[in-house]
Design a binder for this molecule. Structure first.
Ligand code: ADP
Length: 196
């Protein structure tokens, strides 16, 4: 498994964050999760946080302009030079195009986009459970529905973008954490063989 520039795609609650952390530890690369970075900005009450807060609480996507800036700054840092796992960015076609342009400028390529396929009812159940346990302010039923709609309308079309680039791998996001990790590893190997 040699790919070190990866993107995890999938609906909210698909388990991208968990899998991103496990893969990152194995590969020795950082996870770049725009959701976490934005939540931190909200907690710090920075200018970015103040611009993002209301949209996030409502379950809506933050503007492309803001998120692209955040992701660019992070990808330009030294520790991302030798690889990264993107979780939650890009989420729109405009963001994907901005990422393509940035990577091109950096002289590197995204090696694999792993699409975690999960049934919508299942992820809504998971998010409601997480809401009871963690109490994240956007894990309420109304926001969850908005997030799912945003995903369907704006993010799901990215599969086509990455299919055209020849890096899309689809994998089921159902089952135990270990089962899903194994499947993602398989998908990455398969990608490496196809490229070889
Ligand atoms: P989820 O579990 O819903 O996928 P994330 O932690 O990835 O949550 O993101 C939380 C919120 O942060 C999103 O609902 C959205 O408001 C904002 N956000 C994160 N990444 C992006 C992005 N790439 N584009 C726009 N908004 C984003």
């Amino acid at each position: 498994m040699s790919a070190r520039r990866l993107l995890l795609l999938g609906p909210p609650g698909a388990g991208k964050g968990t899998q991103a952390r496990l893969l990152a530890a194995q590969l020795g690369v950082p996870v770049i999760a725009t959701g976490d970075m934005l939540r931190q900005a909200v907690a710090e009450d920075s200018q970015l946080g103040r611009s993002a807060r209301a949209l996030m609480e409502a379950g809506k996507l933050v503007t492309d302009e803001l998120v692209i800036e955040v992701a660019k700054e992070r990808l330009n840092r030294e520790d991302a030079r030798h690889g990264f796992i993107l979780d939650g960015f890009p989420r729109t076609v405009a963001q994907a195009r901005a990422l393509d342009a940035l990577l091109q400028k950096l002289g590197v390529e995204l090696e694999c986009c792993v699409m975690m396929v999960v049934d919508e009812d299942e992820v809504v159940e998971r998010l409601l459970k997480r809401a009871r346990i963690e109490g994240r302010s956007d894990d309420n039923e109304v926001s969850i529905r908005v997030r799912m709609r945003e995903y369907r309308e704006k993010t799901a079309p990215l599969a086509e973008h990455y299919r055209k680039l020849g890096v899309l791998r689809e994998t089921s996001g159902s089952g135990s954490i270990e089962q899903i990790t194994t499947r993602i590893e398989e998908a990455l190997k398969q990608g490496a063989e196809e490229l070889a």
